[in-house]
Write a protein of this length. Structure first.
Length: 299
Protein backbone atom coordinates (compact mmCIF):
# COMPACT_ATOMS: atom_id res chain seq x y z
CA UNK A 1 0.00 0.00 0.00
CA UNK A 2 1.00 3.62 -0.46
CA UNK A 3 1.64 3.90 3.28
CA UNK A 4 1.56 1.51 6.24
CA UNK A 5 -1.92 0.27 7.02
CA UNK A 6 -1.80 1.52 10.60
CA UNK A 7 -0.91 5.05 9.47
CA UNK A 8 -3.72 5.11 6.92
CA UNK A 9 -6.26 3.89 9.49
CA UNK A 10 -5.01 6.52 11.95
CA UNK A 11 -5.52 9.17 9.25
CA UNK A 12 -9.08 8.01 8.59
CA UNK A 13 -9.86 7.77 12.31
CA UNK A 14 -8.72 11.38 12.80
CA UNK A 15 -10.64 12.60 9.73
CA UNK A 16 -13.92 10.86 10.55
CA UNK A 17 -13.56 11.58 14.25
CA UNK A 18 -13.94 15.30 13.51
CA UNK A 19 -17.60 14.72 12.68
CA UNK A 20 -19.70 15.66 15.74
CA UNK A 21 -21.86 12.50 15.84
CA UNK A 22 -19.21 9.90 14.88
CA UNK A 23 -17.74 7.61 17.55
CA UNK A 24 -14.64 5.95 16.13
CA UNK A 25 -12.86 2.92 17.56
CA UNK A 26 -10.03 0.79 16.19
CA UNK A 27 -9.25 -2.91 16.48
CA UNK A 28 -7.07 -5.43 14.67
CA UNK A 29 -9.52 -5.64 11.78
CA UNK A 30 -9.93 -1.94 11.03
CA UNK A 31 -12.18 0.90 12.16
CA UNK A 32 -15.67 0.87 13.59
CA UNK A 33 -17.72 4.07 13.26
CA UNK A 34 -20.92 4.29 15.28
CA UNK A 35 -23.52 6.96 14.62
CA UNK A 36 -27.08 7.43 15.80
CA UNK A 37 -28.57 5.84 12.67
CA UNK A 38 -25.75 3.74 11.20
CA UNK A 39 -22.75 1.58 12.01
CA UNK A 40 -19.87 1.38 9.52
CA UNK A 41 -16.99 -1.05 9.41
CA UNK A 42 -13.83 0.08 7.56
CA UNK A 43 -11.15 -2.41 6.57
CA UNK A 44 -8.14 -2.39 4.26
CA UNK A 45 -7.75 -5.10 1.63
CA UNK A 46 -6.37 -5.73 -1.83
CA UNK A 47 -8.93 -6.13 -4.59
CA UNK A 48 -8.59 -7.63 -8.06
CA UNK A 49 -8.96 -5.31 -11.01
CA UNK A 50 -11.60 -6.04 -13.64
CA UNK A 51 -12.15 -4.69 -17.14
CA UNK A 52 -9.17 -2.57 -18.21
CA UNK A 53 -7.50 -3.24 -14.83
CA UNK A 54 -7.74 -7.03 -15.00
CA UNK A 55 -4.71 -8.86 -13.67
CA UNK A 56 -3.73 -6.15 -11.17
CA UNK A 57 -4.46 -6.02 -7.44
CA UNK A 58 -5.10 -2.67 -5.77
CA UNK A 59 -5.11 -1.56 -2.11
CA UNK A 60 -8.56 -0.37 -1.14
CA UNK A 61 -10.71 0.78 1.75
CA UNK A 62 -13.80 -1.39 2.15
CA UNK A 63 -16.80 0.17 3.92
CA UNK A 64 -19.75 -1.92 5.12
CA UNK A 65 -22.63 0.06 6.63
CA UNK A 66 -25.62 -1.32 8.53
CA UNK A 67 -28.67 0.59 9.76
CA UNK A 68 -29.49 0.80 13.45
CA UNK A 69 -32.85 -0.06 14.94
CA UNK A 70 -35.54 -2.31 13.57
CA UNK A 71 -34.84 -1.50 9.91
CA UNK A 72 -35.31 -4.40 7.53
CA UNK A 73 -36.33 -4.83 3.92
CA UNK A 74 -37.31 -7.80 1.75
CA UNK A 75 -34.11 -9.34 0.45
CA UNK A 76 -35.05 -9.63 -3.21
CA UNK A 77 -33.21 -8.39 -6.33
CA UNK A 78 -36.30 -6.49 -7.53
CA UNK A 79 -36.66 -4.62 -4.24
CA UNK A 80 -33.02 -3.55 -4.39
CA UNK A 81 -32.98 -2.62 -8.10
CA UNK A 82 -36.36 -0.89 -8.36
CA UNK A 83 -37.00 0.51 -4.85
CA UNK A 84 -34.01 0.73 -2.50
CA UNK A 85 -30.98 1.53 -4.65
CA UNK A 86 -32.78 4.17 -6.76
CA UNK A 87 -33.38 6.00 -3.47
CA UNK A 88 -29.76 5.71 -2.30
CA UNK A 89 -27.72 8.89 -2.45
CA UNK A 90 -24.51 7.17 -1.35
CA UNK A 91 -23.72 3.44 -1.06
CA UNK A 92 -25.38 0.37 -2.56
CA UNK A 93 -27.77 -2.01 -0.80
CA UNK A 94 -26.04 -5.34 -1.33
CA UNK A 95 -27.43 -8.76 -2.15
CA UNK A 96 -25.67 -10.55 0.70
CA UNK A 97 -25.80 -9.69 4.37
CA UNK A 98 -23.51 -10.97 7.13
CA UNK A 99 -26.28 -10.16 9.61
CA UNK A 100 -28.98 -12.28 8.01
CA UNK A 101 -31.27 -12.32 5.00
CA UNK A 102 -33.44 -9.42 6.13
CA UNK A 103 -30.76 -6.97 7.29
CA UNK A 104 -30.03 -3.92 5.12
CA UNK A 105 -26.30 -3.75 4.32
CA UNK A 106 -24.68 -1.08 2.14
CA UNK A 107 -21.25 -1.55 0.59
CA UNK A 108 -18.71 0.95 -0.76
CA UNK A 109 -15.09 0.67 -1.91
CA UNK A 110 -12.45 3.32 -2.60
CA UNK A 111 -9.08 2.28 -3.99
CA UNK A 112 -6.02 4.09 -2.67
CA UNK A 113 -4.35 6.42 -5.18
CA UNK A 114 -5.34 4.38 -8.27
CA UNK A 115 -8.71 5.95 -9.24
CA UNK A 116 -8.63 9.40 -7.68
CA UNK A 117 -5.84 11.11 -5.69
CA UNK A 118 -5.99 9.86 -2.13
CA UNK A 119 -5.10 13.05 -0.25
CA UNK A 120 -7.24 15.40 -2.36
CA UNK A 121 -10.30 13.19 -2.89
CA UNK A 122 -10.03 9.53 -1.88
CA UNK A 123 -9.93 9.97 1.89
CA UNK A 124 -12.81 12.44 1.71
CA UNK A 125 -14.86 9.90 -0.27
CA UNK A 126 -14.32 7.43 2.58
CA UNK A 127 -15.65 10.01 5.04
CA UNK A 128 -18.54 10.70 2.64
CA UNK A 129 -19.72 7.08 2.53
CA UNK A 130 -19.35 6.64 6.29
CA UNK A 131 -21.41 9.75 7.02
CA UNK A 132 -23.99 9.48 4.21
CA UNK A 133 -24.52 5.80 3.24
CA UNK A 134 -28.08 4.78 4.04
CA UNK A 135 -28.99 8.20 5.43
CA UNK A 136 -31.53 8.90 2.69
CA UNK A 137 -33.25 5.50 2.62
CA UNK A 138 -35.31 5.47 5.79
CA UNK A 139 -34.35 8.68 7.57
CA UNK A 140 -35.07 12.34 6.88
CA UNK A 141 -32.20 14.31 5.41
CA UNK A 142 -30.49 16.78 7.72
CA UNK A 143 -30.48 20.32 6.40
CA UNK A 144 -26.99 21.51 5.54
CA UNK A 145 -25.38 24.90 6.15
CA UNK A 146 -26.60 27.24 3.42
CA UNK A 147 -23.31 29.11 3.16
CA UNK A 148 -21.35 25.90 2.62
CA UNK A 149 -23.99 24.60 0.20
CA UNK A 150 -23.97 27.73 -1.93
CA UNK A 151 -20.18 27.77 -2.02
CA UNK A 152 -20.03 24.07 -2.90
CA UNK A 153 -22.52 24.45 -5.74
CA UNK A 154 -20.48 27.30 -7.15
CA UNK A 155 -17.28 25.26 -7.00
CA UNK A 156 -18.88 22.33 -8.80
CA UNK A 157 -20.50 24.55 -11.45
CA UNK A 158 -17.07 25.97 -12.23
CA UNK A 159 -15.65 22.47 -12.37
CA UNK A 160 -18.29 21.35 -14.87
CA UNK A 161 -17.75 24.42 -17.03
CA UNK A 162 -14.00 23.81 -16.99
CA UNK A 163 -14.26 20.28 -18.38
CA UNK A 164 -12.75 20.00 -21.85
CA UNK A 165 -15.15 19.13 -24.72
CA UNK A 166 -13.06 16.10 -25.70
CA UNK A 167 -10.46 14.11 -23.81
CA UNK A 168 -8.82 11.54 -26.10
CA UNK A 169 -9.69 7.95 -25.13
CA UNK A 170 -11.73 9.21 -22.18
CA UNK A 171 -14.85 11.27 -22.93
CA UNK A 172 -16.70 13.47 -25.42
CA UNK A 173 -19.11 16.13 -24.16
CA UNK A 174 -22.47 15.86 -25.95
CA UNK A 175 -24.36 18.68 -24.25
CA UNK A 176 -23.61 21.26 -21.59
CA UNK A 177 -25.62 23.86 -19.65
CA UNK A 178 -24.65 26.19 -16.83
CA UNK A 179 -25.38 23.48 -14.26
CA UNK A 180 -25.06 20.16 -16.11
CA UNK A 181 -23.21 18.09 -18.65
CA UNK A 182 -23.89 14.95 -20.67
CA UNK A 183 -20.98 13.02 -22.14
CA UNK A 184 -20.06 9.80 -23.91
CA UNK A 185 -17.23 7.61 -22.57
CA UNK A 186 -14.51 6.81 -25.10
CA UNK A 187 -11.89 4.09 -25.44
CA UNK A 188 -11.05 0.76 -23.79
CA UNK A 189 -13.14 0.12 -26.11
CA UNK A 190 -16.08 2.51 -25.93
CA UNK A 191 -19.37 1.10 -24.61
CA UNK A 192 -21.98 1.78 -27.26
CA UNK A 193 -24.94 3.79 -26.00
CA UNK A 194 -23.40 4.64 -22.61
CA UNK A 195 -24.11 8.15 -21.31
CA UNK A 196 -22.60 10.07 -18.40
CA UNK A 197 -24.54 12.78 -16.58
CA UNK A 198 -23.26 15.44 -14.18
CA UNK A 199 -25.61 18.02 -12.68
CA UNK A 200 -25.42 20.55 -9.86
CA UNK A 201 -28.95 20.61 -8.47
CA UNK A 202 -30.69 22.85 -5.98
CA UNK A 203 -33.52 20.38 -5.34
CA UNK A 204 -32.06 16.89 -5.61
CA UNK A 205 -34.57 14.28 -4.43
CA UNK A 206 -31.89 12.52 -2.36
CA UNK A 207 -29.73 15.27 -0.86
CA UNK A 208 -31.41 18.61 -1.56
CA UNK A 209 -28.57 20.76 -2.88
CA UNK A 210 -25.85 18.63 -4.41
CA UNK A 211 -23.98 17.02 -7.29
CA UNK A 212 -25.78 14.24 -9.13
CA UNK A 213 -23.66 11.76 -11.12
CA UNK A 214 -25.05 9.04 -13.36
CA UNK A 215 -23.77 6.48 -15.85
CA UNK A 216 -26.46 4.82 -17.96
CA UNK A 217 -25.82 1.67 -19.98
CA UNK A 218 -28.40 0.15 -22.34
CA UNK A 219 -29.40 -3.35 -21.30
CA UNK A 220 -30.95 -6.08 -23.41
CA UNK A 221 -34.70 -5.95 -23.12
CA UNK A 222 -35.87 -8.65 -20.79
CA UNK A 223 -37.87 -9.42 -17.71
CA UNK A 224 -37.67 -7.13 -14.72
CA UNK A 225 -36.20 -9.87 -12.55
CA UNK A 226 -33.32 -10.40 -14.99
CA UNK A 227 -32.44 -6.70 -14.95
CA UNK A 228 -32.62 -6.71 -11.17
CA UNK A 229 -30.26 -9.68 -10.95
CA UNK A 230 -27.86 -7.88 -13.31
CA UNK A 231 -27.81 -4.85 -11.01
CA UNK A 232 -27.10 -7.11 -8.03
CA UNK A 233 -24.13 -8.55 -9.93
CA UNK A 234 -22.89 -5.06 -10.85
CA UNK A 235 -23.10 -3.80 -7.26
CA UNK A 236 -21.35 -6.93 -6.02
CA UNK A 237 -18.55 -6.41 -8.57
CA UNK A 238 -18.15 -2.74 -7.57
CA UNK A 239 -17.80 -3.67 -3.90
CA UNK A 240 -15.51 -6.68 -4.30
CA UNK A 241 -13.26 -5.56 -7.19
CA UNK A 242 -11.47 -2.53 -8.60
CA UNK A 243 -13.51 -1.26 -11.55
CA UNK A 244 -11.31 1.77 -12.22
CA UNK A 245 -13.74 4.12 -10.46
CA UNK A 246 -14.52 4.77 -6.77
CA UNK A 247 -17.61 2.87 -5.64
CA UNK A 248 -19.67 5.44 -3.75
CA UNK A 249 -23.07 4.96 -5.44
CA UNK A 250 -25.31 2.14 -6.65
CA UNK A 251 -26.51 0.37 -9.79
CA UNK A 252 -30.28 0.25 -10.28
CA UNK A 253 -32.86 0.01 -13.08
CA UNK A 254 -34.31 3.17 -14.67
CA UNK A 255 -37.93 3.57 -15.77
CA UNK A 256 -36.67 3.16 -19.36
CA UNK A 257 -35.19 -0.25 -18.52
CA UNK A 258 -31.54 0.77 -18.47
CA UNK A 259 -28.91 -0.09 -15.90
CA UNK A 260 -27.83 3.14 -14.23
CA UNK A 261 -25.07 3.86 -11.71
CA UNK A 262 -25.91 6.93 -9.63
CA UNK A 263 -24.46 8.87 -6.71
CA UNK A 264 -25.65 12.16 -5.18
CA UNK A 265 -23.15 14.15 -3.12
CA UNK A 266 -24.28 16.94 -0.76
CA UNK A 267 -23.25 20.44 -1.91
CA UNK A 268 -21.67 21.30 1.45
CA UNK A 269 -18.74 19.05 0.39
CA UNK A 270 -18.02 20.95 -2.82
CA UNK A 271 -15.13 22.99 -1.45
CA UNK A 272 -13.68 19.83 0.13
CA UNK A 273 -13.62 17.96 -3.22
CA UNK A 274 -13.59 20.66 -5.92
CA UNK A 275 -12.44 18.37 -8.75
CA UNK A 276 -14.97 15.61 -8.05
CA UNK A 277 -17.15 16.20 -11.18
CA UNK A 278 -14.19 15.81 -13.54
CA UNK A 279 -12.84 12.84 -11.59
CA UNK A 280 -16.16 10.99 -11.78
CA UNK A 281 -16.32 11.75 -15.51
CA UNK A 282 -12.74 10.59 -16.09
CA UNK A 283 -13.31 7.22 -14.38
CA UNK A 284 -16.65 6.51 -16.08
CA UNK A 285 -15.12 4.79 -19.11
CA UNK A 286 -13.44 2.17 -16.92
CA UNK A 287 -16.65 1.65 -14.93
CA UNK A 288 -18.69 1.22 -18.13
CA UNK A 289 -16.18 -1.25 -19.54
CA UNK A 290 -16.21 -3.33 -16.34
CA UNK A 291 -20.02 -3.24 -16.26
CA UNK A 292 -20.57 -4.32 -19.86
CA UNK A 293 -18.51 -7.46 -19.24
CA UNK A 294 -20.95 -8.45 -16.48
CA UNK A 295 -24.00 -7.65 -18.61
CA UNK A 296 -22.57 -9.70 -21.48
CA UNK A 297 -22.10 -12.83 -19.36
CA UNK A 298 -24.49 -15.68 -20.18
CA UNK A 299 -27.12 -16.56 -17.58
Amino acid sequence: MAEPASALLDELADLIGREPDARVSMDDGGLQVRREQTNSRLSLRRVHGVGVDAGVRYPAVDVMTTLNGNVTAPSTPRMRAYRLNPQCAIGAVQSHSPRGAEAVVLGSRICIDSEVPWAATGRHLVRLVVMEAGSHLFFDSVAGQRTLERAGMGVWRNSIQGIRPVETDNWRVLRRTADSLWAQPLGWPAVRGARIGLAVQGNNARVGRGLDYSLQIPADEGRADRLAEACDALNRQEWENATGAPHIGAWSVTQAGQCCYRASVPARLGRRMPDLPRQLLATSGARANAAIRVLAMPD
